[in-house]
Design a protein around this ligand. Structure first.
Ligand code: IMP
Ligand code: MG
Length: 179
């Protein structure tokens, strides 16, 4: 275990098992041959995205978007800014936004509002983690991997100050690292 972690919450195996289940659930919602535009929200969702898309037996297309929810440390400020948008027009398309975690919900609430204005055929949210106790915006994931407590998590794409994204498991960061 990485020395900055207090404990491991989800192992590599637990993550892979859950991702397989998520993929089976997602597949049921689309017809064979229908294209699904998967939008990866950089950078946190990148690792999850790569594992999820490879599990999906669907006609998928990759898109990448980068957003920043102003603020540093372990909380977001609520002000969302688009750093990199997609070029693909979404009109009439099936779209799934892939995110690492729904915390306050500000990022996804903003993104959902923005992308729904582009008239997609369907627009859903897939988030690996959900921290409902921290919610400020009214938003739910259509597909969620795990519901978690209010703890600061790192690994498997999740960072603290851009570190720990490459850990294979998701762990609880020691408080002394960010306090
Ligand atoms: P929200 O807008 O508050 O829902 O924040 C979403 C973003 O905050 C996520 O995409 C993450 O980048 C970040 N975030 C929230 N909780 C955690 C955590 O426990 N560890 C690492 N990043 C987190
Ligand atoms: Mg993020």
């Amino acid at each position: 275990m990485h020395p900055d972690l207090e404990s491991i919450l989800f192992t590599k195996e637990q993550l892979q098992t859950r991702i397989k289940e998520l993929a089976r659930t997602i597949e049921k919602d689309y017809e064979a041959g229908e294209e699904v535009v998967m939008i990866c929200i950089l950078r946190g969702a990148s690792v999850f995205f790569c594992d999820l898309v490879r599990e999906l037996n669907l006609d998928v297309r990759f898109e990448f978007m980068s957003v920043s929810s102003y603020g540093s440390g372990t909380t977001s400020s609520g002000e969302v800014r688009i750093i990199k948008d997609i070029n693909l027009p979404l009109c009439g398309k099936n779209v799934i936004i892939v995110e690492d975690i729904i915390d306050s919900g500000n990022t996804l609430a903003y993104l959902k509002r923005l992308l729904s204005q582009r008239s997609p055929k369907s627009l859903r949210i897939c988030a690996l983690l959900d921290k409902p106790s921290r919610r400020k915006a009214e938003i739910e994931g259509d597909y969620t991997g795990f519901t978690v407590e209010d703890q600061f998590l790192v690994g498997y794409g999740l960072d603290y100050a851009e570190k720990y994204r490459n850990l294979q498991e998701i762990g609880v960061l020691k408080r002394e690292i960010y306090m």
